[in-house]
Design a protein around this ligand. Structure first.
Ligand code: OXD
Ligand code: MN
Length: 583
């Protein structure tokens, strides 16, 4: 406890808040915090008859997404951050941050938020504390993690914890009026993997402010996993039950805003199958005692992308969002409810858009920001599994991306090493979850490009190593729901129909579905994918164009070259044999 108290004192001395408040996890404390934010105009209460217990927050237009260009891995040695991360030496970053944090909480409250990733005291769980001057961050962390005195007691008993410090960088002079969304044009999200610290300055939004999520549960945790023999992955986690009642656990890595929440809440369209949700964004994986890898969802809530979530795409999500939700940057309806593009087929005649301006469909601009979000407790999802707080044995790993061309609907890896190769070569069209040009193709190995806290080549090697950690490894598949035909239309209906791909994958595990070898892996044999009742062009969906794949192999080689000789020999060998097969 002395370590925690001493650290809080030091940060308070640096940031000079008016008050310090320890978060206990009491529901009354949460109610008070929400009421204060309403008084402050940070939150707009929604119509309690339409959306009880729910609020709308609006950020400023310069603070709407994760900022990869302002995200730093501050390892002692530059090569430990690797060529895909922004690196700054720890001493230099501390020298930059000290003057920014000095007095940055004046006029504000410093909240001390102890949190657990995974259930409190669980075997795969980890503890952290966030010090923040943002009540919006406190309320969000309260949904996204397990917060409060139980955690403080474990820390007092000597459990290690990750230290995270967050300031919106908007100190208030005496008597100065606050704004609804305080932030600072200068932003830094800095990770110190050796001292297990995160310092975030200037932003109040999402992953920049809820430091338990991307900063801790992925970037810092990936480093802990490398050092301790486990894995922190950007994956959803589901339990799939087949028509015979046999249950399987599937983890799936997709780049941001590629439909992870939809797959996590899948409603199968084929009879006899059911899907339960364990997690929608992050999975921690460890060797279990039974010779298998075991997985947990370390989070307690969903921070999902709102646009595109509707009755026709993800009715479970819509049902999850009926009460006790914090929405950010969606549109407000005239009767005090929320709306976003895709919630209903037709837009209401009039809305207040995410920036608080009048909006009608004729305006032609989106009413909700493309990266607008909902923050909601996982436990209130109708699809949540009874097992969602437990570690489950992992049977299948999926890698996906958003690819208009080349990548078939589903490809089975021929070995663990081949699966790791597939994961390392994922590329995807950019979405609105982070800054950058939407639609541009970018490499996103394991969907971890923005979230790996160390040299990505070492991360590939860690994946290869983990293949030797248990007797029965999960089987690996690559999927692509987004392939388009020559006419530019999607070849696959997606959403609930993705259950047909899951069905094929599970039947592969049972040895009941046929596959054919292609140079890039195994694809469904003609007739083995259940396409009854839907009209799809299987041939186009599963086609492997050798010329195009030779070009993909060149791009992979170029990508690998960025890491010099740190690329594990197993992956170089996989690339060489792919070229061989493409000849
Ligand atoms: C997320 C992301 O918010 O990946 O989950 O950007
Ligand atoms: Mn994510």
């Amino acid at each position: 406890m002395r370590a925690l108290l001493g650290w809080v004192d030091r940060i308070a001395a640096l940031t000079e808040p008016d008050r310090i408040q320890w978060i206990s996890g009491d529901p009354r404390e949460r109610d008070e915090l929400l009421a204060e934010m309403v008084a402050q105009r940070t939150l707009i209460p929604l119509n309690p008859e339409k959306r009880p217990g729910s609020y709308l927050a609006r950020s400023t237009p310069d603070d709407v997404a994760r900022l990869e260009s302002r995200t730093f891995i501050c390892s002692e040695r530059e090569e430990d951050a690797g060529p895909t991360n922004n690196w700054v030496a720890p001493a230099e970053m501390r020298a930059t941050l000290e003057p920014l944090f000095a007095g940055s909480m004046r006029g504000r409250t410093l909240y001390v938020v102890p949190f657990s990733m995974g259930k409190v005291g669980g075997p795969i769980s980890q503890l952290g504390v966030q010090l923040t001057d943002s009540p919006y961050a406190v309320a969000s962390i309260g949904i996204m993690t397990r917060v409060g005195d139980d955690v403080t007691r474990l820390i007092a008993a000597g459990e290690p914890f990750v230290r995270t410090v967050h300031s919106v960088g908007a100190p208030l002079a005496p008597g100065q009026m606050d704004t609804a969304w305080p932030s600072n044009p200068e932003k830094h999200i800095a990770h110190f993997p050796e001292s297990l610290e995160v310092w975030s300055y200037g932003s109040g939004y999402g992953g920049n402010a809820i430091l338990a999520k991307k900063c801790f549960a992925l970037r810092i945790a990936s480093v802990l996993g490398r050092d301790q023999g486990w894995m922190a992955e950007h994956m959803l986690l589901i339990r799939v039950t087949d028509p015979y009642g046999r249950a399987y656990h599937v983890a799936a890595a997709f780049p941001s805003a590629c439909g992870k929440t939809n797959l996590a809440m899948l409603r199968p369209t084929i009879p006899g199958w059911s899907v339960e949700t364990l997690g929608d964004d992050i999975t921690w994986i460890r060797p279990g005692g039974d010779g298998k890898l075991h997985a947990i969802n370390p989070e307690a809530g969903f921070f999902g992308v709102a646009p595109g979530t509707g009755a026709s795409t993800n009715v479970t999500a819509v049902e999850t969002l009926t009460h006790d939700v914090i929405f950010t940057n969606v549109a407000l309806t005239d009767d005090g409810d929320v709306w976003w593009e895709g919630l209903t087929d037709e837009a209401p005649d009039h809305l207040i858009d995410w920036q608080g301006r009048d909006w009608t469909p004729a305006d032609g601009r989106p009413a909700a920001h493309p990266n607008s979000r909902f923050t909601v407790a996982a436990a209130q999802s109708p699809s949540i599994s009874d097992a969602w707080e437990e570690a489950v044995p992992l049977d299948v790993i999926l890698f996906g991306g958003r690819r208009a061309t080349n990548v078939p609907l589903v490809v089975e890896a021929t070995s663990w090493e081949h699966g790791v190769f597939l994961g390392s070569t994922i590329s995807s069209e950019r979405t609105a979850a982070a800054e950058g040009t939407v639609g541009e193709l970018r490499r996103d190995p394991f969907a971890m490009m923005p979230f790996c806290g160390y040299n990505m080549a070492d991360y590939f090697a860690h994946w290869i190593r983990m293949g030797g950690s248990v007797e029965t490894l999960p089987r690996i598949f690559q999927v692509n729901w987004f392939r388009k035909g020559a006419d530019g239309a999607f070849l696959w209906p997606g959403f609930g129909e993705n259950s047909r791909v899951i069905d094929w994958i599970i039947r592969r595990l049972q040895g009941e579905a046929a596959a054919v070898d292609t140079p890039i892996g195994r694809v469904p044999a003609p007739g083995s994918l259940d396409t009854s009742g839907i009209d799809v062009d299987e041939e186009q969906l599963l086609a492997v164009d050798r010329t195009a794949w030779r070009a993909e192999a060149d791009l992979t080689e170029e990508f690998y070259a960025r890491f010099g000789d740190r690329i594990p020999p197993e992956l170089a060998a996989e690339l060489a044999s792919l070229r061989e097969r493409l000849r």
